[in-house]
Design a protein around this ligand. Structure first.
Ligand SMILES: [Zn+2]
Length: 386
């Protein structure tokens, strides 16, 4: 995967290869031959000389900064610190206290990082098209938005050998478990949410994504637990003949400390990569801990942060932190030559229109997935920094 080690803002020889403006015909250019002129430069208290360019097609100007992730950021240094804080188990206000900035600044930076993570994840999957060479372990991670009356699962597809997180997809569903009469009454008064197919919908979308990664002459091998929606969704999928499902039902387990049955050992071995990811998410993200007041308020924001965590898991965090020089999942797949520091993850800006996002990520990118109990569901519709 072609990704710079040095952030764009430090390139002295920067030359644009396409126009950054979405309306311009040259915005989607892939090959060489983009026509521009140098158009002087400017200085700020942070940077000595930022070169400007003029697009010869749409006649608008832009600078090197337009291609940097710190474009439009008043405190660019916060990006790296907030990213590290989010995956380091801090809630947004705790990060704000540490960085001496406003909590709303941290929320905005978190959303900006989430959007970048969505595009970067899509770019890494594009580099994997037709190259998937391992069974994928699939399970749903359970959490909720705003209130426990609004639970949702997140389909998590993890490589069985590389532990690479291939797919994340939300599945809002009805509240389950025992409820008191008062809780039942409150639940009935809640406005209905869009579920987009619940577990089956999110499973189908993840299968579509994984089938694109699978070589045409090979089957897609899936490992999952015995949830009936997995087998049912695969049976109904138009390309079901290409999908091989191995189900591992959750066996009965005795009280804590009793030895595991052979079935339990086999299930735990087969599902280990996804079980480990879910443990990491609960341990590393403040808003997914049990009994926390930092719980997610909006599904959109939770998915942004999960995507950022997937990037961290795939490119930044070594598979084992106990072993020195342990590779990252992306290194094992040949997507990266080494573990990336946050600086490298954030080294350039990606553009929404130039990235092929699978369903439902364009909606999540715009924050268009509504949480109906909220008074306002602000969407992302920035003109210049989209
Ligand atoms: Zn242009």
């Amino acid at each position: 995967m072609d990704w710079p080690a040095t952030p764009v803002e430090y390139w002295s020889d920067f030359r644009p290869s396409f126009c950054p403006w979405r309306e311009c015909a040259e915005h989607l250019r892939r090959g060489a031959g983009y026509r521009f002129h140098k158009h002087a430069s400017f200085s700020t208290h942070r940077r000595k000389r930022v070169p400007r360019f003029l697009c010869l097609t749409c006649k608008t100007t832009f600078s090197r900064q337009t291609f940097s992730l710190t474009y439009y950021r008043k405190r660019p240094e916060l990006l790296r610190q907030v990213a590290a804080g989010i995956v380091g188990g801090s809630a947004l206000r705790q990060i704000a206290r540490t960085l001496e900035c406003s909590p709303t600044t941290v929320s905005r930076v978190s959303a900006h990082l989430g959007r970048h993570a969505i595009l970067l994840h899509a770019e890494s999957l594009k580099a994997m098209h037709g190259k998937l060479g391992e069974p994928v372990v699939l399970d749903h991670f359970e959490t909720f938005e705003f209130t426990q009356d609004y639970p949702f699962g997140v389909a998590t597809a993890v490589g069985s050998r590389s532990w690479f997180v291939y797919g994340l997809d939300p599945a809002p569903h009805g509240r389950t478990g025992r409820r008191s009469p008062a809780q039942q009454k409150r639940l009935r008064s809640r406005p209905k949410r869009q579920t987009r197919g619940r577990y089956a919908g999110s499973t189908r979308r993840v299968l579509d994504l994984l089938l694109k990664l699978t070589p045409l002459d090979e089957p897609l091998a899936i490992r999952a637990d015995a949830h009936p929606d997995y087998a049912r969704t695969i049976q109904r999928h138009p390309k079901h003949a290409r999908i091989r499902l191995r189900g591992f039902p959750n066996p009965a387990r005795g009280p804590k400390g009793t030895p595991r049955s052979p079935d339990a050992v086999e299930r735990d071995w087969a599902m280990f990569p996804v079980d480990l990811l879910h443990k990491i998410l609960r341990h590393s993200l403040a808003h997914h801990r049990r009994e926390t007041i930092a719980f997610p308020r909006r599904l959109n924001a939770a998915m942004e942060r999960l995507c950022l965590t997937a990037i961290w898991r795939n490119f930044v965090k070594a598979r084992s932190e106990r072993r020195p020089r342990s590779p990252t999942p992306a290194t094992l797949l040949g997507l990266a030559d080494t573990a990336w520091p946050w600086k490298r993850v954030l080294s350039r800006r990606l553009f929404f229109d130039r990235t092929d996002l699978p369903d439902p990520w364009p909606l999540l990118y715009r924050r268009g997935w509504e949480t109906p109990v909220l008074v306002a569901n602000a969407t992302h519709s920035s003109v210049h920094n989209f």
